[in-house]
Structures are given as structure tokens and as C-alpha cells.
Ligand binder design. Structure first.
Ligand code: RP5
Length: 154
């Protein structure tokens, strides 16, 4: 993620990965404030053993796109909800990539962070049958948790 301030959103991705027993590492890497860290991470991520990168950033959110420009790994972008434009700036910064350098862009904020983790899980599950079973169980639990009728709040 681009900043400590993104953690409140991106922790939902980490929690979702943990619920699926998928190993992950959370790092703060700013495209603008720590560009050398970004280059070192993006160029070395595959050799380090990463398989999917989830990049959350807000405002002028260049982190996902610049990461994608330097790695062949799948990069999933999470637009952080900004104060100024409610994350629309983040979304447009991440989604509008030039043809040839893809970033899989998720929804703004918490839903995007959760779904980035689930999409990463779906990618990884193609070559990991045990994970595919855990992911199917996660989805089944989610389905079962939805009540048929609404309740008044207590
Ligand atoms: C982006 O700038 C970060 O991803 C963050 O969403 C935004 C604001 O960062 P802070 O000023 O809160 O550190 O690079």
C-alpha cells in the first residue's frame, strides 16, 4: 500500500487472505515518496516468491500501475477512498491503464480490498486444489449467512 493511512482499508485484504490461510506480506511502498523501494520490490517480487500483488493506493494512485510496469505477476489495484473525491480520483488513476500493461482494478475502499484478496485466491486456486476447496467453503459460508428475511435492529 502507498501509505500507513491506507492500512485501515488494506487490512481487510490481509484479513481475508488470512481467513483463507494464504500467506501474504503487507508493505508500505509509495510510488512518489519511496520510488527506489517501489522499483526494488516490483523488479524483485517474482524472485522473492510472490505470486500475486495487491496494490492499494489513493489520490494520484500510481502504485498499482507502476508496479505492473515492472513485473509479470498479476497486479490487483485497490482504490483507497480519498477525502477529496471519495476515491473517484484513486479509481480513475488505477483503472485507466494504457493497453499492454494490465492492472485488475477493484472497487473503491473496503469492498475492493476484500475482493482483491478473493480474486488473488481464485487465481492461486487454479493450481492449488486445497485452496480451491477452502475458497469454495468460504463462499458457501457467505451464502449461508444471508438471512431470507430482514430483521429489525436490536
Ligand atoms: C497515496 O497518497 C497513498 O496511497 C494514500 O492513499 C495517499 C495519502 O497518503 P498520506 O498523505 O495519508 O500518507 O500515495
Amino acid at each position: 500500500m502507498g501509505s500507513q493511512s491506507d492500512w485501515a482499508t488494506m487490512r481487510h485484504a490481509v484479513e481475508t487472505l488470512a481467513a483463507l490461510d494464504i500467506g501474504c506480506e503487507a508493505r508500505i511502498i509509495s510510488a512518489h515518496r519511496t520510488p527506489d523501494r517501489l522499483v526494488a520490490f516490483a523488479k524483485g517480487a517474482e524472485a522473492e516468491g510472490f505470486q500475486v500483488i495487491v496494490a492499494g493506493a489513493g489520490g494520484a494512485a500510481h502504485l498499482p500501475g507502476m508496479t505492473a510496469s515492472m513485473t509479470a505477476l498479476p497486479v490487483l489495484g485497490v482504490p483507497i477512498e480519498s477525502d477529496s473525491f471519495k476515491g473517484l480520483d484513486s479509481l480513475l488513476s488505477i483503472v485507466q491503464m494504457p493497453g499492454g500493461v494490465p492492472v485488475g482494478t477493484l472497487a473503491i475502499g473496503k469492498a475492493g480490498a476484500i475482493n482483491a484478496a478473493l480474486l488473488a485466491a481464485a487465481i492461486l486456486a487454479r493450481s492449488d486444489k486445497a485452496l480451491a476447496a477452502r475458497l469454495a467453503a468460504y463462499r458457501a459460508r457467505q451464502t449461508e449467512s444471508v438471512a431470507l428475511t430482514p430483521q429489525d435492529k436490536a
